[in-house]
Ligand binder design. Structure first.
Ligand code: URA
Length: 447
């Protein structure tokens, strides 16, 4: 291990044997945290080339179970977001894809820090089961066309250990480490079509479009080398997606979207992600055609029907989600008002995510429990004009909410320019910037 650390410290390439040596050694506990931490930092500083990143991904993927989709009769697809605030697209995209004849077999994670996780959102539904055996998972996918389960401890266990160590050693923000972490789980989960939603902006790991594109390209190359059909969408995370942030509130907004009544940015991003799945699964010949098919299943109610079947199959009750619960939450919410007039020129989205966490909707540590019902309604977005005393954000609070901390985080997150004529308003150019079909990049003008 000492020699491997030294080699990487000098920026030298590691062999496949050296990579599997440290992945296996760290997973089985024979390599200690302090040596692994030193190597992770050397990788962060010196990088890894394409071959090394691929070998690292494969070694992590093979550290546990590699699921087989052989028992699923239809073509299988998986979708993964690099993490954001208000990102509930999986709950919309999976039913749309399933309604169009694609089998969505998805393993999802929980939220950590400022980002939300699909499993927490789903667990806000009465009775919903996220822990499924492999047999149950396959049987639900075959029956309803989709299933979303929590990632089992046997899936890429090397990543689980490595991610926890990266989290506390300031070694998360490295493209080869993020790419291998995400792709090891996706490859082990087995789907044939993989669609990545790579977020960029103040609420994302990748703060600008060029670095988001680099991450997307790295992950696409890994997936293609492993024989998967790869797609990626580059989407904006300079402000929360949609209006609601918070577990149950986001499920309700996803349902609104499936009814065709959700916010335009959320529907648009979801339709593009669905379009890439449909293209990858051979259900459409172009992104535009895929988008139309996706929209059709929203308009004719088939996607919403699929969502209901999926919730029921995983032992949840979909009926309460169809009622006007979010209107009630909105009416009971507390307003955070602007202290000045002007135009909103930027939002620190990570801070907005943290505000939801302070209300009790997220975890600071893995073992923390969360309040599913709390959250935020984003009244004002970038480019909007606001008068002093008008509402920026509404807070839906619970018993454990730290209202003062949440309110301060929200106020500090918003940049309001008093004189918009003289200052350029930094309205995000779009909420969907472009997409990769394999390694080919296409600009998309979604607004
Ligand atoms: N999500 C992951 O699963 N891994 C990372 O390294 C970053 C985001």
């Amino acid at each position: 291990m000492y020699n491997i650390i030294t080699k990487k410290k000098h920026g030298l390439e590691l062999t496949a044997d050296e990579i599997s040596y440290f992945v296996n050694g760290y997973t089985d506990g024979s390599i200690p945290d302090y040596q692994m931490s030193a190597l992770l930092m050397a990788i962060c500083l010196k990088g890894m080339n394409e071959r090394e990143t691929y070998e690292l991904t494969m070694a992590m993927a093979k550290s546990g179970d590699m699921l087989s989709m052989d028992k699923i009769s239809k073509i299988t697809a998986d979708k993964h977001s690099t993490g954001g605030v208000g990102d509930k697209t999986s709950l919309i995209v999976a039913p749309i894809a399933a309604a169009n004849g694609v089998a969505v077999a998805k393993m999802s994670g929980r939220g950590l820090g400022h980002t939300g996780g699909t499993i927490d959102k789903l667990e806000s539904i009465e009775g919903f089961q996220t822990e499924l055996s492999e047999e149950e998972f396959v049987s639900i996918v075959n029956k309803t066309g989709m299933a979303i389960a929590g990632q089992s401890a046997h899936l890429a266990p090397a990543d689980k250990k490595l991610y926890a160590l990266r989290d506390v050693t300031a070694t998360v923000d490295s493209i080869p480490l993020i790419a291998s972490s995400i792709m090891s789980k996706k490859l082990a989960a087995g789907a044939e079509v993989i669609v990545l939603d790579v977020k960029t902006g103040s609420g994302a790991f990748m703060k600008d479009i060029p670095s988001a594109k680099l991450l997307a390209e790295e992950m696409i190359k890994i997936g293609l080398s492993a024989g998967r059909r790869m797609f990626a969408l580059i989407t904006d995370m300079n402000q929360p997606l949609g209006n609601w942030v918070g577990n149950r509130l986001e499920v309700l907004e996803a349902v609104e979207c499936l009814k065709g009544e959700g916010p335009a940015d959320l529907l648009d991003a979801s339709l593009y992600l669905s379009a890439l799945i449909l293209l990858g699964a051979g259900k459409s010949e172009s992104i535009e055609q895929g988008r139309e098919l996706a929209l059709k299943t929203v308009k004719n109610g088939k996607a919403l029907q699929k969502f209901k079947e999926f919730v029921t199959a995983q032992h949840g009750d979909p009926e309460p989600l169809l009622k006007s619960e979010s209107k009630d939450a909105y009416e009971k919410s507390l307003c955070v008002n602007s202290e000045k007039s002007g135009v909103i020129t930027s939002i620190d989205t990570e801070a907005v995510g943290m505000a939801s966490l302070y209300l009790g909707g997220g975890r600071e540590r893995k073992e923390d429990s969360i309040d599913y019902n709390v959250g935020l309604y984003i009244e004002k977005k970038i480019g909007d004009r606001i008068e002093k005393g008008e509402t920026l954000v509404r807070m839906v609070a619970g018993e454990r909410s730290d209202l003062e901390r949440a309110e301060t985080a929200i106020k500090n997150a918003y940049v309001i320019e008093a004189d918009p004529d003289k200052k350029a308003v930094i309205k995000p150019k779009a909420h969907v910037y472009g997409c990769y079909v394999g390694t080919e990049y296409h600009e998309l003008n979604s607004l």
